[in-house]
Design a protein around this ligand. Structure first.
Ligand code: G4P
Length: 289
């Protein structure tokens, strides 16, 4: 996983994105942290807390269409127990997005009451979305901007170049997301991000990755592999045997009749990411301390 860190992120890159985010923070009332609902921990950047400081924050569990619904509900409860309001969203279909502004209002209710006392009750709530690459930031902005339609003109005093989208009555979204970097200190984090496709396959050992995913799926979601690949007796098989079984069942061979494990690995990863193995959560709140 060392390799992944150095390929995609380097200190200069992180310093630049941190600086950009810090510059935008004074312009917004709330930071919407986009996480991948399948891996809310691996897709989280613990440094965000120090970057946003006291600025109110909400967590949006995106790609909830691909995650296990029951697990996502437990994540929302786990975040709530830590005092963080979280919401499941799906920026592909738009599901859950109509709850974003009402939740923002709820989080900011004291502030809004203060605005009202000062006669600034009509002031819109300004939101910035942040998240690691590929978590769905552009999809989120495009979806909300589409439903809100109007682009709000630059105001005097607001950093030049920043555009705001109206996201419904009383809400505005900054058009530039904050790009966070993943934390690869724990190799398991890098691996889970690679499972979801957030880390590019050209920097990882695809076959090894597929073997580990197969072994994990066999244990965590019994029956799914059996059903998808029409396999039986998977109990206790090591990952590479599972990969052989998939290659064999799908008739994936290279010249000479050997099993094409490379192709089988790519197939397993693609099908997992496309949701063909069903809705799956790779992390559960009860597994964390
Ligand atoms: P980013 O700005 O944070 O880098 O992410 P972006 O919006 O580009 O989204 C990355 C990929 O995730 C896109 O897929 C996007 O369609 C997909 N995505 C975003 N939100 C959701 C969601 O809620 N559910 C699902 N299932 N997928 C989501 P892509 O393959 O890169 O492009 P495409 O398939 O849209 O062409």
């Amino acid at each position: 996983m060392e390799e992944i860190t150095s390929v995609q992120w380097f200190p200069g890159h992180m310093a630049k994105t941190r600086r950009k985010m810090k510059e935008a923070l004074p312009l917004v009332d709330l930071v919407a942290e986009l996480l991948d609902a399948r891996v809310p921990l691996a897709s989280r950047n613990p440094d965000l807390r120090s970057i946003v400081g006291q600025k109110p924050r909400m967590v949006l569990l995106n790609k909830s269409d691909t995650a296990d619904e029951a697990v996502t509900r437990r994540w929302i409860a786990a975040f709530a127990a830590q005092g963080v309001a979280a919401l499941a969203v799906d920026c592909k279909s738009g599901k859950g997005l109509n709850q974003v502004l009402p939740l923002a209002r709820e989080i900011l209710k004291d502030r809004i009451a203060a605005w009202e006392r000062k006669g600034m009750g009509s002031r819109p709530i300004r939101v910035m979305v942040v998240g690691i690459p590929n978590v769905g930031k552009s999809s989120f902005i495009n979806r909300l901007a589409k439903s809100g339609k109007a682009k709000v003109a630059d105001r005097p005093g607001v950093t030049r170049g920043n555009q705001w989208f109206s996201i419904g009555k009383g809400g505005e979204l900054l058009d530039t997301p904050g790009v966070l970097w993943p934390k690869f200190d724990d190799p398991a984090v890098g691996e889970r991000l690679a499972f979801t496709g957030a880390v590019k396959d050209d920097v990882v050992d695809t076959e090894g990755l597929a073997c580990r995913l197969l072994a994990w799926l066999r244990d965590a979601y019994p029956g799914r592999l059996e059903e998808r690949y029409k396999l039986t007796d998977l109990e206790g098989l090591p990952g590479h045997e599972l990969l052989y079984a998939v290659a064999k069942k799908r008739g994936m061979l290279i010249s000479g009749g050997e099993l094409d494990t490379e192709r089988a690995a790519a197939t397993v990863l693609d099908e997992f990411r496309a949701g063909r193995l069903g809705r799956i959560s790779l992390e559960r709140p009860e597994e964390t301390e």
